[in-house]
Write a protein that binds this ligand. Structure first.
Ligand code: AMP
Ligand code: MG
Length: 559
């Protein structure tokens, strides 16, 4: 059973027309609606500065010495109409490294602002991401291509505009892992090493190292963020704010217009802006429930890292929960306040939506309606989360008592150090049994998921076993066949996630010039819900060495 080919995947859907695949990126047709319809920066020099009255600045990617394509995603290539040979074309790597600009591509960096760690940070913008433009595809509409780490832009502030290999591998693999988990995300087409070295002080402690440089080509219909609206709003530039909103709605939310999506911008008024806000709210709420479902911690949920499409965007110091610890954050920059810890992500998204609501407020200009729409987030999130938990536990339609059953489960997971992913997957197998007793509950469910069995007291054992028995009784009452129960639970409980230590092993090997583990992980994450016989070591508990190793348990924003 492959859960990966879901109906939202344009590549696998019942696509209407499939044109011949392109043998080279030279066949791409750039339409560039973002730069065509929005005002750009009149100053065309890459120099760092405040940019006013513009949504973007045209920039040229920096040229690199020795670009090498070390990995690419075939699904993303297909989504972009490329045939299987297109990535072997020498021009492909030149384009993905920013060395060659294709005809029709007019590279630019977006202007945006943001709240970082709860504080207003003013203008940020694409400091090291350069968009090549928007390609019109047969299967996936218009897709924006963006090179992350392709050199400085007017928005680079004091930084170098570059990216290092370790963070680029993490972004490349995690984008694809998320997609196959059926979670909205920006995609990654390619991973290129530049042949150049970049200075990084990984933990901001004066220990500067030279690290290999790399560039990821990210792909999404748009990279517009909450911060894209906060920038003009902060400058009281309502004209520009409206233009970016109109562009975003007509291009990416056309169903909110007259049904045909053909309404003229003049027809977009307060009702449409409010409906748009509500949809962004709903998509964001769903995204949060999805992150919580699989144990993903973003790590830097600043408003400049919140996609207007409700996609996961900007993979920096993210991490995956191994043991279920609601307070865990991988981000060392956030250790003192833990603002972006696992369990707080839904609330942070709500706070970020409030900043977004404030920014677009002049377009709606109705305190009561905006406040009501913002307040509605809590119920929408709760409803997504409740259904995710019902599915994880195999319970189907919610009955009285289910919420308490789930709450008890989550508190038991914290009582002793328990691996979240392994626990839920094991529960799925236990759903096959006609009955479950103490020894099965311990041997098959808790045993494989517990990190320190020696710390397990008799009370812990009893509480856990009685919960498993209670759950088993409830799951058996659904009337579903055991095999069906397990299949449905497995579809919500991945066996394979991109555990922090797995990515780190791939990074260590890549630093020695061996990219085979990157390839293996890319293959692995394509089918996260499948059993994948022979790959069990990739589904096992975090090894002890990874408990404290940098890159596994701790990551910084330095990338
Ligand atoms: P982040 O929190 O990583 O999404 O980045 C916050 C801001 O810093 C964004 O405006 C980035 O474009 C910018 N930034 C991060 N790293 C660099 C870099 N190496 N060079 C230039 N700008 C950067
Ligand atoms: Mg960012």
């Amino acid at each position: 059973m492959s859960q990966a080919s879901d109906s939202r995947d344009p590549v696998h859907s019942d696509a209407p027309v499939q044109a011949d695949p392109l043998s080279s990126v030279t066949g791409w047709r750039f339409t560039n609606p973002f730069t065509e319809s929005l005002p750009g920066d009149a100053n065309e020099h890459n120099g760092r500065r405040q940019v006013h009255g513009a949504a973007y600045s045209f920039v040229s990617p920096a040229k690199v010495d020795e670009p090498r394509l070390v990995a690419h995603s075939r699904e993303v290539a297909e989504m972009l109409d490329l045939g299987s040979e297109a990535a072997s074309d020498p021009l492909f790597v030149e384009v993905m490294a920013g060395n060659h600009v294709l005809e029709g591509s007019e590279p630019f960096a977006m202007a945006y602002a943001g709240h970082q760690f709860g504080n207003w940070a003013g203008q940020l913008g694409d400091g090291r991401a350069i968009s090549l433009g928007e390609v019109s595809t047969h299967l996936a509409g218009t897709q924006m291509l963006q090179l992350k780490g392709a050199g400085p832009t007017p928005y680079s502030r004091t930084a170098d505009g570059l990216a290092v290999l370790r963070s680029s591998i993490r972004e490349f693999l995690c984008s694809e892992a998320m997609h196959h988990l059926r979670i909205p995300t920006t995609r990654a087409l390619s991973l290129v090493t530049t042949g150049e070295y970049v200075a990084r002080d990984m933990f901001y402690d004066g220990n500067v190292q030279m690290e290999p440089g790399a560039i990821v080509c990210r792909v999404s219909p748009t990279f517009v963020r909450f911060g894209s609206f906060e920038l003009p709003a902060s400058r009281h530039d309502v004209g520009l704010l409206r233009k970016i909103a109109v562009h975003t709605i007509t291009q990416h939310f056309p169903h909110l217009l007259d049904g045909s999506g053909s309404a003229s911008p003049a027809q977009i008024g307060p009702d449409q802006y409010l409906a748009w806000f509500v949809e962004v709210r709903d998509r964001t709420a769903r995204l949060m429930a999805e992150w919580m479902r699989v144990g993903f911690v973003h790590g830097v949920m600043n408003t400049d890292n919140m996609s207007i499409l409700g996609e996961t965007i900007d993979y920096g110091p993210y991490g995956w929960i191994d043991d279920f610890d609601p307070n865990w954050t991988p981000n060392t920059t956030d250790f003192s306040h833990r603002r972006y810890r696992f369990a707080q992500q839904p609330q942070v998204a709500h706070w970020n939506l409030m900043q977004f609501a404030n920014a677009i407020f002049p377009l709606v200009d109705d305190v009561e309606r905006v406040t009501a729409a913002l307040d509605g987030y809590v119920d929408v999130y709760q409803s997504h989360w409740r259904s995710a938990v019902q599915a994880k536990l195999g319970l189907g339609e919610e009955l009285p008592g289910d919420a308490e059953l789930a709450d008890t489960c989550f508190s038991l997971l914290q009582r002793v150090e328990t691996d979240m992913t392994i626990f839920f997957r094991a529960l799925g197998s236990a759903a096959l049994d006609a009955a479950i007793g103490e020894s099965r509950a311990i041997a098959d469910v808790m045993g494989p998921a517990i990190y320190r069995p020696e710390e397990w007291s008799r009370d812990d054992v009893e509480a856990t076993v009685s919960w498993i028995e209670l759950w088993h009784e409830r799951v058996s009452s659904t009337g579903r066949e055991p095999a069906e129960r397990r299949a449905s639970m497995n579809a919500s409980n991945p066996k394979f996630v991109l555990r922090n230590h797995l990515a780190q092993v791939a990074i260590d090997k890549a630093h020695e010039g061996d990219f085979s583990e990157v390839e293996r992980l890319l293959e692995l994450v394509r089918h996260p819900y499948d059993e994948q016989p022979g790959m069990d070591e990739y589904a096992s508990k975090r090894p002890e060495w990874a408990r404290t190793r940098a890159g596994c348990s701790t990551l910084s924003c330095s990338s």
